[in-house]
Design a protein around this ligand. Structure first.
Ligand code: DX5
Ligand code: ZN
Length: 228
């Protein structure tokens, strides 16, 4: 699988969301950060806005649910038509059942880990999901500094998943920019979320392609691309 870029609309102009999504036409996904002010200390948007985006956007939606009780509240996003639905393992009561529910509803099932959550205890869950999200900032806000300490966990997650062309994608989210994306790609990530790095500048479309170029080059020479 090649590199995929998922711009986060958290840094876009919420009053003109459809226009903002129209500016990232070459992206692979639209990353939608759902925050409930319980699991994280911030409140963003929920299902009605996601439904509106699904009607207006040609790109598939990658919904990152930073919410309590995803066992109950995540499946409606899959039902609505989100292409990918990611829940936090720290919040899920039964991650296996939830992943199966999401897949049964036709979505890709993603599982997210906060920076302090280790990956090894969840190795057996990898067969149940389509994407592992390793957070590279504390979830809750855009524009935070990339946490370099998480790089070894990305590397470990890649070891557990295996090399190229794996069914499970490895996503990074938080502080991903032109100056940090190569480190993530070298460690094994293949799906890159970027909010401020895409929407803070004057040309979000060009930013997507610049990120893609750097990540593609870095992952082409990465150790994991040649193993397994
Ligand atoms: C943080 C969100 C991220 C955020 C990334 O909780 O999950 O998706 O939008 O924003 P940047 O790229 O600015 O760190
Ligand atoms: Zn996110």
């Amino acid at each position: 699988m090649s590199v995929q870029i998922a711009p986060s609309i958290l840094s876009a102009d919420f009053a003109h969301l459809a226009d903002e999504v129209g500016r990232i036409g070459t992206a692979d996904w639209v990353h939608v950060d759902v925050m409930d002010n319980h699991f994280v200390p911030n409140l963003t948007l929920g299902l009605p806005v996601v439904e509106a985006l699904l009607r207006s956007s040609a790109l598939p939606l990658d919904c990152h649910l930073m919410i309590a009780d995803p066992d109950r509240w995540a499946p409606p996003y899959a039902e609505a038509g989100a292409g990918s639905v990611t829940f936090h393992v720290e919040a899920a009561a039964d991650p296996v059942r939830l992943a199966r529910d999401l897949r049964g509803l036709g979505a890709r099932a993603g599982m997210a880990l906060k920076p302090a959550t280790p990956v090894d205890p969840y190795a057996e869950l990898l067969g149940e999901i389509d994407m592992l999200l390793v957070m590279t900032v504390e979830p809750g806000f855009g524009g935070q500094a990339f946490l370099d300490d998480v790089i070894p966990k990305i590397r470990r997650a890649r070891e557990l998943i295996g090399g190229r062309e794996q069914a499970v994608w490895l996503q990074v989210d938080g502080g991903v920019s032109e100056s940090t994306i190569e480190r993530c790609a070298e460690a094994g990530a293949d799906v890159f979320v970027a909010g401020s790095a895409v929407f803070a500048g004057v040309d979000p479309g060009a930013a997507v392609e610049a990120l893609r170029g750097r990540a593609t080059e870095a992952s082409a020479t990465a150790w994991w691309a040649h193993t397994h």
